[in-house]
Design a protein around this ligand. Structure first.
Ligand SMILES: [Cu+2]
Length: 132
């Protein structure tokens, strides 16, 4: 029992020491509703700096999927300008749009989802803490 615990501790320590992505978790989905339009952001990649990230954005209006929107993300750090980082999302049907991008360093990021359709733009911003 104790031996097993020690092995677990050793494994944990080595993961941290390597700074590897092995312990990185895929964040839980987040969503916000603005003027009847719900923007849901689902990350598909473990949250990690300088690693390709894939997101699925779901757009719905009063519970109905919206498939004709222009959707993109704006990824930046509130504490410093990190340069333009605005991946476009590609529609996949059922209100889903897929985008790919990267966090270029660890720390506090904000991910804004933009969806434009029927002449209106909807925005939801989420805080993301990327492990260093
Ligand atoms: Cu930065």
């Amino acid at each position: 029992m104790l031996k097993r615990l020690l092995i677990c501790l050793l494994l944990l320590t080595s993961l941290v020491a390597c700074g590897g992505n092995d312990g990185a978790q895929v964040p839980a989905p987040v969503e916000k509703t603005v003027d009847g339009v719900t923007l849901k952001l689902t990350a598909e990649s473990p949250l990690s700096q300088n690693t390709d990230q894939t997101w699925v954005i779901n757009v719905s209006q009063n519970g109905q999927p919206v498939d004709n929107a222009d959707v993109y993300l704006d990824i930046d750090m509130p504490s410093m300008p990190m340069g333009q980082n605005k991946p476009l999302a590609k529609g996949e049907g059922n209100g889903n749009y897929r985008a790919q991008g990267i966090y270029t360093m660890g720390g506090a990021w904000s991910v804004s989802v933009f969806a434009e359709f029927a002449g209106k733009e909807y925005q939801a911003t989420f805080d993301v803490n990327v492990p260093e």
